[in-house]
Design a protein around this ligand. Structure first.
Ligand SMILES: [Zn+2]
Length: 172
């Protein structure tokens, strides 16, 4: 069975705890996010260095390598969305199909060491970008193509669930 495209709308993670990874957005402040990102990123190189990092646990589940490549791209995509929200008033985000990207960019064929380095670097970029936002800009808004509305504050807390959840995925 191939990977089932993820069409779930994950914005509920802002409303209630995630039963799978334990993330609870209500306990996380905006200013916690950069440190959470850096700590998360620091854990990935060891996961990617494990034998079997390229192997899928089953046909329908990404390998550690594929999850890591996805997390790297999440860091990049959200750095872009944040920049857009700071530059424009209520911008609409470009669509990002994470499953199409995984295939188009052939995540499974990328080199684990390269992905590890890129992930850590992308994490630092997005962590610094969130850190640099002054308090009086945290209410700036942006819209996803499905109509979900975010502020910079809610975007940060929504975003950080993704890398935390996937680190949980590869460790179980
Ligand atoms: Zn989760």
């Amino acid at each position: 069975m191939p990977i089932t495209p993820d069409t779930k709308n994950w914005t509920w993670v802002l409303e209630r705890p995630c039963a799978e990874c334990g993330f609870d957005a209500a306990t996380i402040g905006y200013r916690d996010v950069p440190e959470l990102v850096r700590r998360n990123a620091a854990a990935w190189p060891a996961e990617l260095a494990r034998p079997g990092a390229r192997d899928r646990p089953d046909d329908a589940t990404w390998s550690t390598l594929e999850y890591a490549a996805h997390v790297r791209d999440v860091f990049r995509v959200f750095a872009g969305r944040l920049a857009l929200m700071r530059a424009d008033d209520s911008p609409a985000f470009a669509d990002w199909d994470q499953d199409a990207t995984a295939l188009a960019d052939d995540y499974a064929a990328q080199r684990p060491e390269a992905v590890a380095a890129e992930l850590v670097s992308a994490a630092e970029t997005v962590a610094s970008a969130f850190e640099a936002v002054p308090d009086d800009e945290l209410g700036r808004t942006g819209l996803r193509s499905d109509g979900s509305a975010f502020t910079i504050d809610s975007l940060a807390r929504y975003f950080v669930h993704d890398p935390l959840h996937h680190l949980h995925d590869v460790r179980r």
